[in-house]
Design a protein around this ligand. Sequence first.
Ligand SMILES: *Cc1c(COP(=O)(O)O)cnc(C)c1O
Length: 421
Amino acid sequence: MDHFLYRDGALYAEDVPVAEIAAAVGTPFYVYSTATLLRHFRLFDEALSGMDHLVCFAMKAASNQAILKTLAQAGAGMDVVSQGEYLRAKAAGVPGDKIVFSGVGKTAEEIHTALTGGIRQFNVESEPEMETINKVALDLGVTAPITIRVNPDVDAKTHAKIATGKSENKFGIPISRAREVYALAASMKGLEVIGIDVHIGSQLTELEPFRLAYQKVAELTETLRADGHNIRRLDLGGGLGIPYERSNDAPPLPVEYGAMVKETLGHLNVEIEIEPGRLIAGNSGIMVSKVIYVKQGEDRQFLILDGAMNDLIRPAMYEAHHDIIPVIEAEPGTEQTAYDIVGPVCESGDTFAKGRMMTPLQADDLVAFRSAGAYGAVMSSEYNSRPLIPEVLVNGDQFAVIRKRPTFDEMINRDTIPEWL
Ligand SMILES: *Cc1c(COP(=O)(O)O)cnc(C)c1O
């Protein structure tokens, strides 16, 4: 459920007409709903109630300071994968002891920043990385809390580019080698082993792969405890999918996920940590774009928008589907027509949808891409010298620009000219 609904035929973001935001900031732009962000965070928080737990928002999905602050004020921790994200989380007021550092290639500089600024734990992904964390911690005279990310070799049954839990993926250490690697970690004086981490992929639409992975983690917890390790926290990653197509079967709900977590891990008396990104932010944001032209091709009609692949890359990168809806609804009973919906970038990959049935649209009409709040703005670029598009946050009947559109001069003047030119 989200808060982008029609009222009398006009699309609203909470209590604000989307067309009003478009008039104020120009198109294209992203707009997020505070109520939806908070609702999704709380669904997870409640799904794990009864267990000691922390929901850490995977901020690579959406990292605007205003979004982070909204979630942090509701009690969310953050899962970060770079120094930049760590510093963003701190800038949004998240205390270090609620920040988890994930990612397959943390540098000594990144580790240093986190150890001096405060960190809940590092999720270690390899032995060389473990050695680096140990060394930086010893140099600083502190101990670094760590989990080790295990790769359970389960098929997440998702898009290949976002599956991470098979043995062929670059992530974590093979679960078969876990005892050996935990023994090595325990021998390092700069480390404190506190738990186990697993994250098998993104946009999962079934619970079964999670269940398989968590059962393996439960077994490993008992084995490692028997080996003498004090395993007291399990980081279960993120990955629960969202319904990008309203017409399709819905993925499992957070409450069903939470019940499965209790079933598989509840008996272990551990603290549970989860790192959802997409399910919190995905349906909390839309991208709004304007029709520039309707072009008649030989056998098809093209809807050419002012938004493009540089603004929302998911269709080009993951063959992702986004529902695209008019901001002003057609009269009831209006017949639909098929459009290829494209952006103006000079690549055939700049295609959002083919043969999509829509009510007829004209130049200057507005459309909204649903479920664009996660992996949308954060993956945007200025390809074709199209300035980054603005982000707007709605809260009830208020809205605010939370990242402004750079001017063309600002974009151009980021480059510098060597003295010989
Ligand atoms: C990307 C990622 C997540 C978030 O995944 P979602 O599918 O957005 O929930 C969580 N943890 C790690 C380690 C990740 O890389």
